[in-house]
Design a protein around this ligand. Structure first.
Ligand SMILES: C[S@@+](CC[C@H](N)C(=O)[O-])C[C@H]1O[C@@H](n2cnc3c(N)ncnc32)[C@H](O)[C@@H]1O
Length: 416
């Protein structure tokens, strides 16, 4: 009974289409093992594949498109760790939907369908794409004719897609990770579900955490946010298949643990990444808790002393070689500028080695409206236009990064 229920739920889920790439070198392994793989760049796409989705394989060397495959596992990380010599750890297991169909001129087809590598095929577009694989006299791409059984199986998939087509025919664009040190996100969240609460004072743009998580952790790794606010880190980690533990002095939801970040109840060297978006001073009222560091002015050294206690704890819980991302902005209040970012960076340098510094554009600020722009011009001050994201690493035991050989193999650039 339960099995039947599961099967019918499976039937009900929205079917999407995903295209994997292979080369002359990897095609045989893909087709023989019925396991397709890709690298970290498309990791965010692969982990969103669900059992039952439709999969296609594009040999980029021979310009051939193979189909139709059906995912028999969810997309995952290292399903078969040794497959493809370990180079393509984001994988999915598939089965053939009937006979293997081979279509030439893949590049031209993918261009015609305006397919982006980071966007799954949905609804009507997926239906049109499947039309390529069922026999129609007008299509000239086929090498072999398609047998009746295969055509029926594809038609059945089309019927399932058609049933849901008007209901949710929206594109779930999967963000690509940023390539430069300037990040400018138009929205606080991404994807189809909210991440954190965009009404929370000082909520973090979710794509900051998304980018850090995809660059510095693997699926299943543990991410900690000691000042979690509305829980943006929790929601991003859940969607990106990382484990997370989040604390706050005044939890805004039940899955955030009440805790003062100057004393984190976790073991030494146990965490794969820490993200902190701390108060920038006493400019925002977060809560009434007397231990909230957001009650201390960033014009006073005490503010940095207290944040340093948080840094020390983050250092203690992080595994050696792992990364912390710390988001912070400067302050200009009542005619006085405080370089909060530089001061926090100085403190961080006492514990961590710098990996990089990102400039994050500030959007949707209360001060970015109406009279503030003319005041800033008239009275000769600047509105805050950016925040710093400091990416730092806990040094490896007994080794300094600078002493490591710096040979880079661009085809597979490890995180180190
Ligand atoms: C900028 S907000 C974090 C926003 C959060 N990342 C989000 O997306 O909603 C800073 C948070 O630090 C918390 N906080 C301040 N002092 C704290 C302390 N001593 N221990 C733990 N959390 C603290 C505040 O309650 C506030 O929620």
């Amino acid at each position: 009974m339960e099995k039947r229920l599961q099967e019918s739920l499976q039937e009900e889920q929205l079917i999407r289409g995903f295209i994997f790439a292979c080369t002359r070198e990897t095609e045989t392994e893909c087709l023989n093992s019925l396991l397709f793989g890709t690298d970290r760049v498309y990791g965010p796409v692969v982990i969103r594949i669900r059992k039952g989705d439709l999969i296609f394989l594009n040999n980029v060397d021979t310009d051939v498109l193979y189909g139709v495959f059906k995912a028999v596992s969810d997309g995952g990380f290292k399903i078969l760790p040794d497959a493809f010599g370990g180079r393509y750890p984001y994988q999915v297991r598939v089965r053939n939907l009937g006979q293997l169909i081979k279509i030439n001129n893949a590049k031209e087809i993918l261009k015609r369908f305006e397919l982006k590598r980071n966007t799954p095929l949905f609804g009507k577009k997926l239906l049109r794409f499947l039309d390529l694989f069922v026999p129609q006299p007008t299509l000239i791409h086929y090498e072999d004719s398609v047998d009746d059984e295969t055509a029926t199986l594809i038609m059945q998939e089309k019927e399932k897609i058609r049933r849901r087509v008007d209901e949710r025919d929206i594109e779930d664009e999967i963000p690509l990770i940023e390539a430069t040190t300037f990040w400018d996100f138009q929205r606080q969240s991404y994807g189809l579900t909210p991440k954190g609460d965009n009404k929370y004072p000082g909520v973090t743009p979710a794509l900051i955490i998304y980018n850090l998580v995809w660059r510095y952790t693997d699926p299943g790794d543990l991410v900690v946010d000691p000042m979690a606010g509305s829980g943006t880190t929790l929601d991003v980690c859940r969607e990106e298949k990382r484990r997370s533990i989040c604390f706050d002095i005044a939890p805004s939801r039940p899955d955030i643990i009440k805790n003062d970040s100057r004393n984190i109840p976790l073991e030494d060297n146990s965490v794969d990444m820490v993200f902190v978006d701390s108060p920038y001073g006493d400019n925002v009222k977060y809560n009434d808790d007397p231990n909230c560091i957001g009650k201390i002015s960033s014009e006073s050294e005490k503010f940095y002393d207290e944040l340093e206690k948080v840094m020390k704890e983050c250092y203690r819980i992080l595994k050696p070689g792992k990364v912390i991302g710390w988001l912070i902005g400067d302050q200009w209040v009542k005619g006085r500028f405080t370089p909060v970012g530089f001061k926090v960076f100085q403190r961080l340098l006492k514990y961590f080695e710098p990996v990089d510094v990102i400039c994050v554009a500030r959007r949707g600020q209360a001060s970015h409206r109406g009279p503030w722009f003319s005041r800033a011009r008239r009275y000769n001050f600047y509105l805050r236009g950016f925040k710093y994201l400091f990416i730092m690493r806990k040094p490896e035991n007994n080794s300094k990064n600078s002493e490591k050989p710096r040979k880079i193999k661009w085809t597979f650039y490890p995180r180190g």
